[in-house]
Design a protein around this ligand. Structure first.
Ligand code: KG4
Ligand code: ZN
Length: 355
């Protein structure tokens, strides 16, 4: 039976998050702490740093969430826990050190409170973010093709309803770097700060007269649903080297190159997503993951989506959060005894699709 009120925890990468969700859709409380500022100093995520920050933030974030949920119990949080019907936690994929903090916290809570625990695949969470804050008649039209694009993932997932249940089929993903990783690595080559996506987007906005840079759109015309972004990063490295050698490395040039990087990544994501939607006769396209916060990507999809309905969560629900884990727990989760739950850094969505 579905659990009405769920307390969800998400710690798969560099965000520590908790949320309380009612009936899988209504966010009653939500808090997120990010260690991104620390990773700015190192130009990327150091797993050890992320895990230590998870440990430091977990209890304060849980406390903040429970206080938002029941302010009247501010000084008696166990009383707020009594109102919860189930707990949910992300058990993979992600960084092992980060995942363990959330998983072990959720298991301890389940043991102490005797509340059932639901273990959730982070990628399912990104898809179910599209159900949050919606009434049933506003839920995504299915079948849908979900594009999950973040620092660690570029995945296309077919989402269908069978026998009144949601089922997921992995259609394709990146063979090397994820789309967000490509943004981050290219930004580094351009001496821009971490995270690279927002830095590249900001620099692109400054472009007035476009210089004709032309970067590759890897695999864009290949009739499969795989991605590869490492070649694009290499092309940027060579371009920057050449520009520096020719003493043409100015701010304007840098912004122009940023613009072309954003165009190349978004062109590939849009083309493959629409191709997948057509191939699988989807009714909708669903977005999730930090890269889908990108405005150019969103605009391109709006422009090229053809007949497909487009579902784009608000930015705070595109990036990592626990509300989406609560939604996934409600709609697709199954209770597992806490003793049987283990963090799985390499967790996948079943690869059953024939392309
Ligand atoms: O989902 P997310 O917050 O964290 C995980 O990776 O799990 O995604 C972070 C990624 C980073 O690679 C970042 O550069 C990218 O999302 N990103 C963006 C934008 N905002 C964040 N990429 C392009 N445009 C953006 N506006
Ligand atoms: Zn994520």
């Amino acid at each position: 039976m579905r659990k009405r009120i769920i307390l969800a925890i998400e710690t798969s990468c560099d965000e520590t998050a908790a949320a309380v969700i009612e009936n899988g859709t209504k966010i009653l409380a939500s808090a997120v702490a990010s260690s991104q500022e620390l990773h700015k100093k190192t130009g990327g995520i150091i797993p050890e740093t992320a895990a230590r920050e998870q440990l430091r933030c977990m209890i304060p974030i849980l406390r903040e969430t429970l206080i938002q949920f029941c302010p009247e119990n501010k000084n008696n949080l166990p009383k707020s826990l009594e109102k919860i019907d189930a707990l949910a936690v992300t058990y993979g994929p992600g960084l092992i050190g980060s995942l363990l903090i959330g998983v072990e916290t959720a298991k301890s809570l389940s043991y102490i409170t005797k509340k059932p625990l639901i273990a959730i695949n982070h990628l399912h969470g990104h898809i179910l973010a599209n159900w949050l804050e919606k009434k049933p008649h506003q839920f995504p039209s299915l079948p849908g093709v979900a594009l999950i694009a973040s620092g660690g993932h570029t995945e296309l997932v077919l989402t269908q309803k069978k026998d009144n249940q949601l089922v997921f089929q992995w259609l394709g993903g990146t063979r090397d770097d994820a789309a967000g990783e490509c943004f981050d690595k290219c930004a580094r080559v351009l001496d821009m700060s971490y995270p690279g996506g927002p830095a590249i987007a900001k620099a692109s906005e400054k472009v007035k007269d476009k210089e004709q840079f032309s970067l590759p759109r890897p695999m864009i015309h290949q009739k499969n649903l795989d991605f590869s972004f490492s070649g694009l990063k290499t092309a940027v490295v060579y371009k920057v080297r050449q520009l520096k050698k020719n003493k043409q490395w100015q701010q304007k040039t840098k912004n122009n190159l940023a613009w072309e990087i954003q165009e190349a990544i978004s062109d590939v994501l849009v083309e493959k997503t629409i191709w997948a939607a057509r191939k699988y006769q989807a009714k909708s396209i669903l977005l999730g993951g930090g890269v889908t916060a990108n405005q150019v990507l969103r605009e391109k999809l709006k422009e090229k989506r053809q007949q497909f309905d487009l579902f784009i969560p608000p930015i705070k629900l595109c990036v990592d959060n626990a509300a989406m884990i609560g939604a996934a727990a409600y709609f697709i989760g199954q209770t597992t005894p806490w003793q049987e739950i283990k963090a799985e850094p390499g967790l996948k969505i079943l690869h059953t699709a024939e392309v």
